[in-house]
Ligand binder design. Structure first.
Ligand code: ATP
Length: 511
């Protein structure tokens, strides 16, 4: 069947010609100057705005100039011929309809910028990249540059959330931790968590941005700004971390042992960006310090094969029929999501405070196991990536109501060093000495003082704590409705599986 296409010819305000062709969901731009000719085609979802006033036409969009290139922000300004104004306006109207299909225009965004994030580029990224995209998209923006740690929590606690469609963090993951705990501190916490959060990656790890946008776009500030403008709400699980009488909310990770030392012990190397994590890891592998804790887990699944199958099944609902079920789709900004596609879900959440804890009592022994082997670290959380170099939870599913808990036994230095090369693809998952559980809850009891405990990369006291999960409590903006991390069985899986099956267990069940 012939595809419908619409064409508009403009004279560029700085000379040359611009020819625009709109075909179904694609916009093709051809620019002819005095000396050169440029051509690119982009999905209309990457168009930020198009408008026509008299003979003047203005179109803003993001384009990738080659398959591997980063996104660029392009503004086209041209004039149509006199007498062609009606055709030009019809063209920009059509383009806007395609660009915002299923998405509310001109979102109201509360933007929080942490000037201290990562190697200190958040402010310049905001003014040079984020703000131009939000302005071009005619978003209504209220921005604050945070003053100090805790400022974002204070803002979110008091925010009139009905005035905003989303909260945008120009930061690393630490500021998102503050935002989530700001929601949690409100009397209307459960409803507040329906406000979607969109991260713009300016920190060291940027795990959440990588989860949402994938490895190619996860560190790209333009791609993340587009997600703030057009991403669809996606429900995600949130975790409660209970320590003494304190309850803290974690959207990403909790860790003790080597990897907590890596996160918290490399603050003085911020200038290295995410390279600080690699240096910290190498230092930890040399010292090979045992993590002095006892880990108990309320297990939902401990079979790695089943976890990979469950991951693929969770993705299948987002994939077009007939496609290979093991490959993830490129961002579409239009696919099915679990929440209202036009913004936050106003009606379904109650205004109540937060859910009660289900496993707080130590009398609950059903399904709990306790690990007896010496551990190097425990890492638990939601979302596959903790940084570009490390996909710690490759089988994580946003809303399965389960925490991924990893317990790394004290193994050989060689095995750990070799794992560095496959860590960006989640290779650690298959390590012989890495225990991986899908859990309803888990507990950590230090048996010696002196260690680090990090929640979403933030320092907390090294003391007993318990974590459980609240299914689908929080909301993020996403281009596609799932975590964008590819993961599959290794090619030699059958051989490895036979070896794994012979492995002796190293845990006991609670009685
Ligand atoms: N104005 C500020 N000055 C100092 N610290 C701040 C300020 N605003 C926020 N913070 C704190 O800075 C810490 C680091 O922030 P953030 O997570 O944004 O960057 P990061 O640690 O480099 O990134 P990542 O968490 O991805 O590794 C957080 O603890 C946050 O609470």
């Amino acid at each position: 069947m012939a595809r419908t296409s619409h064409t508009l010819k403009l004279s560029g305000v700085r000379g040359g010609c611009i020819e625009l062709t709109l075909t179904d969901a694609f916009l093709c731009v051809q620019r002819t100057g005095h000396f050169n000719r440029k051509e690119y085609e982009t999905d209309t979802r990457n168009v930020l705005w198009a408008e026509c006033a008299g003979t003047m036409v203005e179109i803003s969009l993001l384009v990738r100039k080659s398959a591997k290139a980063a996104w660029s922000f392009v503004q086209l300004n041209g004039r149509c011929a006199h007498g062609e104004e009606g055709t030009a306006c019809a063209f920009t109207d059509l383009l806007m309809t395609a660009a915002y299909a299923g998405t509310k225009r001109q979102r109201r965004l509360r933007v929080l910028v942490n000037p201290h994030s990562g190697s200190g580029n958040a402010v310049s990224n905001y003014s040079k990249k984020v703000e131009p995209v939000l302005r071009a998209s005619r978003c209504l923006v209220d921005v604050t540059f945070t003053r100090d740690r805790g400022h974002a929590t204070e803002i979110v606690k008091e925010l009139p959330l009905d005035d905003f469609d989303a909260i945008v963090t120009v930061s690393g993951d630490g500021l998102i931790h503050e935002v989530m705990n700001g929601f949690a501190a409100r009397a209307d916490a459960e409803k507040a968590f329906r406000t979607p959060v969109a991260p713009i990656p300016c920190g060291s790890g940027n795990g959440l941005s990588l989860d949402l946008l994938g490895i190619q776009d996860g560190s790209d500030v333009f791609a993340a700004a587009l997600n703030a403008v057009k991403g669809q709400p996606m429900s995600v699980d949130l975790m409660s971390v209970q320590q003494n009488t304190e309850r803290v909310y974690s959207f990403m990770t909790q860790t003790v042992g080597l990897l907590a030392d890596v996160d918290l012990g490399t603050e003085n190397m911020r200038f290295l960006g995410s390279g600080r994590f690699l240096l910290g890891f190498l230092r930890g592998v040399i010292t090979m310090k045992h993590c002095p804790v006892t880990l108990s887990v309320k297990v939902a699944e401990s079979d790695k094969t089943q976890m990979v199958h469950a991951l693929h099944a969770s993705r299948a609902r987002f994939l077009p029929q007939k496609s290979n079920p093991h490959h993830s789709q490129s961002p579409s900004y239009g696919s099915a999501t679990s929440v209202d596609p036009n913004g936050k879900d106003p009606g379904s959440a109650s205004t109540a405070a937060l859910p009660a804890l289900d496993y707080a009592s130590s009398a609950d022994t059903d399904g709990w196991i306790t690990l007896t082997c010496p551990l190097l670290y425990v890492y638990a959380g939601k979302g596959p990536f903790v940084s570009r170099e490390f996909m710690q939870f490759p089988v994580s599913v946003p809303d399965d109501g389960l925490i991924d808990v990893v317990a790394q036994e004290v193994g050989s230095r060689r095995e750990l060093l070799e794992s560095i090369s496959t860590a960006p693809q989640g290779g650690n998952f298959w390590l012989e000495h890495q225990h991986y559980f899908k859990a309803h809850a888990y507990r950590i009891e230090p048996y010696k003082p002196g260690g680090c405990f990090a929640v979403d990369g933030e320092a907390y006291p090294f003391a007993p704590f318990q974590v459980e999960v609240h299914r689908g409590l929080a909301t993020l903006l996403s281009p596609c409705g799932y975590y964008q991390a590819k993961f599959d069985f290794p090619s030699d899986y059958e051989t490895r599986k036979d070896t794994d099956d012979e492995e002796a267990g190293c845990f006991v069940c609670a009685s």
